[in-house]
Design a protein around this ligand. Sequence first.
Ligand code: NAD
Length: 353
Amino acid sequence: MNENIANIKVLITGGAGFIGSNLCEHFISKGYKVVCLDNLSTGFKSNLDEIINHPNFTYIEGDIRDLNTCKEAIAGCHYVLHQAAMGSVPRSINDPITTNEVNIDGFLNMLVAARDEGVKRFVYAASSSTYGDSKKLPKIEDKIGRPLSPYAITKYVNELYANVFAKTYGMQCIGLRYFNVFGKRQTPDGAYAAVIPLWVKSLINHQSPYINGDGYYSRDFTYIDNVIHANEQAMLQSTEEIYKQRETYYNIDVAKGERLSIDSSHFSEVFNVAFGGNTTLNQLFETLRSNLAKHDPAIADIDVVYRDKRPGDIPHSQASIFKAKTILDYNPQYSAEEGFEKACEWYFKNINK
Ligand SMILES: NC(=O)c1ccc[n+]([C@@H]2O[C@H](COP(=O)([O-])OP(=O)(O)OC[C@H]3O[C@@H](n4cnc5c(N)ncnc54)[C@H](O)[C@@H]3O)[C@@H](O)[C@H]2O)c1
């Protein structure tokens, strides 16, 4: 094992959640020391079953809304991968206050704790929801619209805070705007379950899933392993390389007269994290059904039920991943289709019927 890695300590907030638990598992497998901070509001301690007793793993049950908890968790850490948040657009519409408290106050606590600890880099989960009502496709990082939900506001405010902390306190901050992430351990349960685990669970139980609208809306579904790779690149890409590649990236914009200023050793950047493809909901349903039917042929006969589209849903979302490719050397290995197959296999073995 690399001697350096064994001395690097990473704080993963929201580490008992879907994305966070996959990150914890990955960084433990690579030999890092990992601290997980989670209040189990939407995550599960069982997501950590395979690593909970690992000597390099520390689990702290606590809330990011409490600054002292954040400070205790971050003590001795070199990097932060901040995932803790109240996810889900509908949840934020039903309960904007809790979403705001966790996603903005909690985020600010984490930034303050990271500043005081002097961490090397603060990497955080941003969101494609920041593109709001912008109709431009593919989505490019510096062209956003107006937010369409309280959740989207909180994720945008995170980016604004990260910018100010980078400039004011000399921090290095990287926001990763995830696009519809899916994969093992994403929960199918609860009122705010994401579309893939929800549909997979319905199909495994021989029930028809619902499509809101006519099924022609499309998304850039992103397999979890691509997200792990993006976090690793964001954490480890050298400052020198980031500076060099930023020059290359923004020089392209210089031609269009849009160059941003680049100065000293601190920075704040956001990157789309996606595969860069698009899958309609109808295609998603067909693919999930045929993948699951390999395990249970009766699933092939289940049809989808169409109902009214949800207000506020944007028709299409597709990322340009050029910026992350150029600056972070992000190279996603799994297409959505490859990811669907892997996720279906996992759910078939693990889901409670
Ligand atoms: N899943 C996606 O498609 C997607 C897309 C864009 C952005 N994101 C962002 O990625 C991050 C992880 O999302 P996820 O899909 O894994 O969701 P998740 O709900 O599975 O994980 C979030 C974790 O944060 C924890 N948490 C919530 N509030 C907390 C608090 N106050 N203190 C400590 N821990 C707290 C939860 O218990 C949970 O374990 C979130 O910031 C989310 O907004 C996710």
